[in-house]
Design a protein around this ligand. Structure first.
Ligand code: ZN
Length: 170
């Protein structure tokens, strides 16, 4: 098996093997820059994978955020870290004035091809940006690339509970 082969039926994915700083580098390459909103998306995707498990074919993300920059950068972070992507059709954007995301894990049907639909929802996780973080990002508007990267790094290493409120349903 070559190193690019991933057996998604066993819930394996490339992302948990990446270290934190490797994910941020991959995000910079994929997205073109690093800012607080893509970092927030990365944190939610990473957290969902850790809590719900499953392969990028069993997870589904419904992302609520404003449909404009810089908020929409959040979507790319979710895609990269959770494996829920536009191409696979398992990420959905709902335009909203608040930022929250609902991840659900479907029951595996043992599908081996992308066209085979996963089963019913097994567990779900709602993650909502804390209102004080929303306020902070609007008060502390970073005006230079260096300031934006510093703020992004700070958010990347901040404890999850200080960024988000979460509810899990089984
Ligand atoms: Zn961006």
């Amino acid at each position: 098996m070559d190193k690019f082969s991933l057996d998604f039926t066993k819930g394996k994915t490339i992302f948990p093997k990446l270290k934190k700083n490797q994910i941020i580098k991959a995000a910079a390459r994929f997205h073109g820059h690093i800012g607080p909103w893509i970092v927030l998306g990365l944190r939610t995707g990473r957290y969902a994978q850790r809590v719900l498990g499953g392969s990028p074919f069993e997870l589904d993300a419904r992302v609520h955020c404003p449909a404009k920059l810089p908020y929409s950068c959040f979507l790319d972070g979710v895609q990269l870290a959770s494996g829920c992507t536009m191409g696979k059709g398992n990420i959905h954007h709902i335009s909203s004035s608040r930022v929250w995301v609902e991840f659900s894990r479907k029951k595996s049907t043992g599908a081996r091809f992308i066209s085979e639909k996963p089963g019913k929802v097994k567990a779900s996780l709602r993650i909502e940006l804390r209102p004080e973080v929303w306020t902070e990002l609007h008060l502390k508007h970073a005006r230079t690339i260096a300031a934006t990267e510093k703020l992004s790094r700070d958010i990347y290493y901040r404890p999850f509970n200080r960024l988000f409120l979460k509810t899990r349903r089984i």
